[in-house]
Write a protein of this length. Sequence first.
Length: 164
Amino acid sequence: MMLALGLFVFQLQTLPYSTLSRHVNYRWANNGRIGLRPAQQFLGQGNESISLNGVLCPEVNGKFSKLSLSALELMAGMGRAWPLIEGSGTIYGMYVIESLQHTNTEFFSDGSAKRIEFSVNLTRVDESLIAMFGDLSQQASDLYSQQIAPAISSARTAIGGILS
């Protein structure tokens, strides 16, 4: 695994990126002063974005690798933030898919692309890792109370009925 965005895993069989560019902005305000250079005031962190660029060759990556682009498009269309975690364990935070671009070149006789260059732009939306873990904890709690606990209860009822 190279990187995971939510449940989507970037790897050789899906979307193997060749470059990962991370851009972090910091906000500063200029305060004009008479006869002096403007004073700078630090306002805090600005936007943080990550760009992933790579080349997808369906002959090498597998014929279903093109579906990975469609999966990312569906994720982007959901309008949700996803945790971004590197294969080494580095947690980047919660990111939204800002844009997705792919260019098809070198075609087969049936019109399908031999080479697909792609670019995925992600923007961080969480306040901090602490806030992210709080949100993930809440999501896990909601998942348990709304999905898992009722399923366990139904299974117990069904098993109890069989054993009676």
